[in-house]
Design a protein around this ligand. Structure first.
Ligand code: NAG
Ligand code: NAG
Ligand code: NAG
Ligand code: NAG
Ligand code: NAG
Length: 399
């Protein structure tokens, strides 16, 4: 079990440490003159007394900060499955419903009128996303894939403590039914070395599904930077319990997925096992919502690397239950493509030029709304505008 290795009992750890300090220091302290007054008589023993006092203070400080560190650690890592799936954190960072539409305004999907697809069960496609330069481009690219998928409800959960109205404008344009949630990661994880990204978002989406009593259809966790083959959607749509399939571009092997023998999943190919019973990628499985309804405690841990494993444990998955997809897991229908993250940049460009004399005002407003970059009078790299290969001051063009 990975959990037991990570779990450090707080009590015993401190006990050992403070025992060591007391045995190490007390003998020299009690060796001083302690009968009438604590202040020693000779200069030498006074010096010793002061040194001992300073050492004691230092020791107390060291032990105290060690205790504080331990407390931090034990809050970050979790002891058992029940701790890991603790739902108290949900109250700490509440979810906001930012925008929603159940209206599918697409006339045609894959060259057929939308009504012809009406029979299909709905796929709830859950996309955790977070503000960064790449957010809007990634969501745009994904949206143009999802436009080809009939009977889909897109749950976009943004790791942000406020609603971003730009995302509603964007999502509305496509005519795909969607729900936009603001689901910030709890504050305590902001300083963590490896952050449990996307967990608060996926939890918020599951909570939304529960609140709406949705017990038919299929749940799929689809990150905003993956690449999806349209066949993936037809493959997972008839998931009875849990379907699984390979994900391309994962870690060392460039692949992660089930090993299938005679139509049955018998094991997993993934370069990072780390004690995981279900060593699969988030994009490598889909769950039927009627099956999930039988497991009301289904949840996802705030534990980087173990999100999939504990989630699949929380729905009581067994090996014989898994439905291999993509021609017995021989096809790659989803890819873990990743874009490099870059810091949001500032461009030094005086605000007096950001008006309607040129496109620059509207352009930089859009870039700022999308969280890509911004213009500043004083900060950032100087904006260079050129003509005929020569840079010119903006006043040259706009005066
Ligand atoms: C749904 O879309 C149709 C077609 O565009 C439109 O007529 C209708 O008013 C929309 N309904 C809602 C609730 O937005
Ligand atoms: C929809 O379902 C009905 C009844 O189950 C079936 O007769 C019909 O062929 C289905 N339509 C499509 C487009 O699959
Ligand atoms: C979901 O079901 C519960 C209990 O049956 C009911 O109280 C609640 O109103 C339902 N919610 C919705 C959105 O239908
Ligand atoms: C998967 O393998 C089983 C057993 O060999 C076979 O019966 C089945 O047709 C295969 N499925 C697909 C979709 O190829
Ligand atoms: C869900 O959790 C509650 C409280 O921890 C527990 O009493 C209940 O038995 C659990 N239900 C299932 C189906 O595991």
């Amino acid at each position: 079990m990975p959990s037991s290795a990570l779990y450090r009992p707080l009590e015993s750890g401190n006990g050992t440490r403070s025992n060591q300090t007391s045995t190490g220091v007390r003998p020299s302290f009690s060796g001083g003159n302690k009968v009438r007054s604590l202040w020693p008589k000779t200069a030498n023993s006074r010096r010793l007394f002061v040194v001992v006092l300073i050492l004691m203070t230092l020791l107390i400080y060291v032990v105290w900060s060690a205790v504080l560190n331990d407390a931090e650690d034990s809050r970050g890592s979790y002891g058992s499955t029940t701790d890991v799936l603790d739902n108290k954190l949900a109250n700490e960072s509440p979810t906001t419903l930012c925008g929603e539409s159940f209206n599918d305004t697409r006339l045609y999907i894959q060259d057929r009128p939308r009504q012809e697809w009406a029979n299909l069960s709905t796929i709830y496609f859950v996309t955790p996303t977070y503000p960064r330069r790449e957010q809007v481009p990634e969501l745009t690219r994904l949206a143009y894939t999802l436009l080809h998928v009939p009977r889909l409800h897109w749950i976009v959960a943004n790791d942000h403590n406020a609603c971003n109205p730009y995302l509603d404008t964007l999502l509305n344009r496509f005519g795909i039914p969607y729900t936009h949630l603001a689901s910030p990661m709890p504050q305590r994880f902001h300083k963590a070395e490896s952050k449990p990204r996307g967990v608060a978002n996926r939890r918020a989406a599951m909570q939304w599904l529960r609140q709406h009593n949705i017990t038919t259809g299929v749940l799929y966790f689809g990150d905003d930077d993956n690449t999806y083959d349209l066949k993936l959607f037809s493959e997972i749509r008839d998931t009875k319990h849990v379907s699984m399939f390979p994900v391309g571009l994962i870690a060392n092997y460039g692949i992660s997925g089930p090993v299938v023998c005679k139509g049955k999943v018998i094991g997993f190919l993934d370069s990072w096992v780390a004690g995981r019973r279900w060593p699969v990628d988030m994009a490598g499985f889909a769950v039927s919502l009627s099956y999930m309804a039988e497991h009301p405690n289904a949840s996802m841990p705030y534990k980087p690397g173990y999100e999939e494993d504990y989630f699949l444990r929380s729905i009581g998955l067994t090996l014989d239950m898994i439905e291999p997809k993509g021609s017995n897991c021989t096809e790659i229908l989803v890819w873990h493509t990743q874009t490099k993250n870059h810091e949001r940049t500032m461009v030094k460009l005086n605000h007096e030029y950001l008006d309607d004399r040129s496109n620059l005002g509207a352009l930089f407003k859009a870039l700022s709304d999308m969280g890509v970059s911004g213009a500043s009078d004083s900060e950032g790299q100087k904006a260079i505008i050129s003509k005929n290969g020569k840079s010119k001051p903006l006043g040259y063009f706009l005066s």
